[in-house]
Design a protein around this ligand. Structure first.
Ligand code: NCD
Ligand code: ZN
Length: 348
């Protein structure tokens, strides 16, 4: 008798998520709340969430847009967007709020809505000091922005030029290397102190960079950091399924309208929240590690952040369902990951 067709686990959390704002919120929150009890809400709105007050307003808008059955149970974990001008005193205020759980470092120009990000991390050293004192994690988009650096090397160069130094200079700072995509990042996290963890997306474990050009250019596979070559994809799967507590689930589900993706200058970001846990189940099963999915999805994240584990459960069944071609997103549409294809696992 095999026991792999059905799997009940503690309801997971998503430690890296974009839900956008206003009219776009309801169209994506239904997918997330069905699968996750909490999610780290990325602060890269068009007007970024740079203060605790702005985070509180954004949190209120998210809660208002939640499906009614999850209004009382889903917890949006808010983050602040670091800038050159962030005040160290903001960190204590954020910690005392109880709803801000991290600060996000976007190197200016690295990705969607990052132009107001950090151009000089040294100018933020007093903030990082305050974060280390308050136990406030720093979430890192780890790519250099120097246009002369090859786009496939930007994560590795970021490790060499910035991340190793930050980790050395701030040994007490909790650091999450977000959406890692290379074996270099896996190695860095494995060898660093327990204060350093990483999120891993499903799409970086399902696809390598060939998927960007399969039969023609594929804007719906374009995200940042960009998909990498096969050996890196394999390194990510090995890390996620290893049982190492430093690695945890972060979908980086990042919806954009169809018209801004299918465009001469298409936006970076892939929507995966409709299979937010199911895609991972597929990956873990294929790697023979389904028994390790629960820790990766539901334990390692809260343990790293110092938050309690969830108590609700969800059941996954290996029953294929068809993914829609597109769904309403605000007053436009969004094309989800693997549109028109199959989810191999689904939620019971
Ligand atoms: C994200 C977005 O669209 O906000 N895009 C992406 O390609 N992942 C930003 C980010 O996380 O880099
Ligand atoms: Zn992201």
């Amino acid at each position: 008798m095999t026991n792999t067709k059905k799997l009940t686990i503690i309801k997971p959390d998503d430690w890296h998520l974009h839900v956008r704002d206003n009219k776009f919120l309801p169209s994506v929150l239904a997918d997330t709340t069905k699968r996750f009890s909490r999610a780290i809400m990325m602060p890269n709105l068009v007007d970024p969430v740079t203060t605790t007050d702005l985070a509180e307003e954004y949190r209120d808008r998210i809660i208002k847009a939640l499906p009614s059955e999850y209004k009382l149970t889903f917890d949006p974990l808010m983050t602040l967007y670091l800038t050159n001008k962030t005040n160290a005193s903001e960190i204590k205020k954020a910690r005392d709020s109880g709803f801000v759980h991290a600060v996000k470092w976007y190197p200016a120009g690295a990705t969607t809505n990052s132009s107001k990000g950090v151009s000089d991390i040294v100018a933020c050293y007093d903030v990082l000091e305050a974060m280390a004192e308050e136990g406030m994690p720093l979430l890192v988009h780890g790519e250099v922005t120097d246009p002369s650096v090859d786009i496939f090397d930007r994560e590795k160069v970021f490790i060499d030029q910035f991340l190793e130094g930050i980790i050395k200079n701030f040994p007490d700072l909790k650091v999450v290397f977000e959406h890692i995509t290379t074996e270099d990042a896996v190695k860095l996290v494995e060898t660093a102190s327990p204060n350093v963890g990483a999120t891993i997306t499903a799409h970086h474990m399902l696809l390598n960079r060939n998927a960007l050009f399969k039969g023609g250019i594929r804007p719906h596979h374009y995200c940042l950091p960009i998909l990498k070559r096969e050996k890196h994809r394999e390194a990510l799967i090995n890390a996620a399924t290893s049982g190492n507590k430093k690695f945890f689930l972060g979908t980086d589900s990042a919806p954009h309208t169809k018209s801004t993706k299918e465009n001469a200058c298409g936006c970076a970001g892939i929507y995966t929240a409709h299979g937010g846990i199911e895609f991972y189940a597929e990956i873990f099963e294929k790697a023979g590690a389904l028994h390790r999915l629960e820790a990766f999805a539901s334990f390692n994240g809260p343990d790293f952040y110092g938050l309690p584990r969830n108590r609700d459960k969800i059941t996954l069944v290996k029953k294929p369902t068809t993914i829609v071609e597109e769904f309403t997103f605000g007053d436009e549409v969004c094309v989800p990951f693997r549109a028109g294809g199959e989810l191999i696992w689904s939620i019971d």
